[in-house]
Design a protein around this ligand. Sequence first.
Ligand code: SF4
Ligand code: SF4
Ligand code: SF4
Length: 296
Amino acid sequence: MERRRFLQSLAVMGSATALGRAAQASASGAPAEAVGMLYDATLCIGCKTCVVKCRETNHLAPQRTRKDLGLHDMQTDLDFDTRTVIKLYKKTGAGAGPDTAFTKEQCMHCLDPACVSACMLGALQKREFGVVTYRPELCIGCRYCQIACPFGVPKFDFASATPRISKCELCMPRLLEGKEPACTEVCPRKAIIYGKREALLAEAHARLAKQPRRYFPKVYGEHDAGGTQVLYLNPAGLPFDKVGLPALGDESVPHLSNTIQKSLYQGMLTPAALYAALLFVVRRNQKTEAGDDHQS
Ligand code: SF4
Ligand code: SF4
Ligand code: SF4
């Protein structure tokens, strides 16, 4: 198992064990009322209207780079004040696929969210419409959610004296008012659209069937990481991992950690033995890293 995935499993396992909640962390199907977004990279022109509107709607400060001396809003990645970002992919070398393409990042609103399983205090919750929301008053700033999320979404406010996490909450206040998310409302190309997850999935498959030569033949998020409520279509010849959407398999992180726990218990390994094994791995890694440092 790759190291990052292992650490994610540990974050989820540790908190689930602490509260005896492991049994709840099983993969689930999409709730009937689940809503989400479909991002079609073949339609996006990279105008970033969605990014600007997201910031405005959520009352977040512009992200400025040191290089441009604060003249422009220059978001390059998700951070505490940036809940969505548009990134440009550029092909390197020869081969199939487009030379450039855009991709949009924000919370994926996983069907079985690792962040929710990892949060010991219930500050992250899966709520109405399957949206994963955040309650700052319950957060102690442990940042387990950051380690657990396989998409690197939750961001911590290091500048604040009180612990706070920031992530897309699918514009929950707008949804409760019967509106759509701000980013889908303003997209001039309808590259990002809102709707029930089931309808979005049907729409994505209809596009693939209608124009098979236009698209990479997969809907990302249909099954990936146990399924997500934000779905993606990519141009033909462009696999999703090339634009930063990781190949995670069909099992969610909480389900994976639950399976590991079950196998360990079935093998009559006690939690003490488990933690002893983990301690051994951590110590071994520390030694390896110390060795690497000396070599560099
Ligand atoms: S993408 Fe990360 S932050 Fe969003 S629901 Fe999934 S695990 Fe949680
Ligand atoms: S749904 Fe709302 S919070 Fe999420 S990326 Fe879109 S505008 Fe931002
Ligand atoms: S507003 Fe639409 S077209 Fe413009 S960058 Fe966002 S998703 Fe792409």
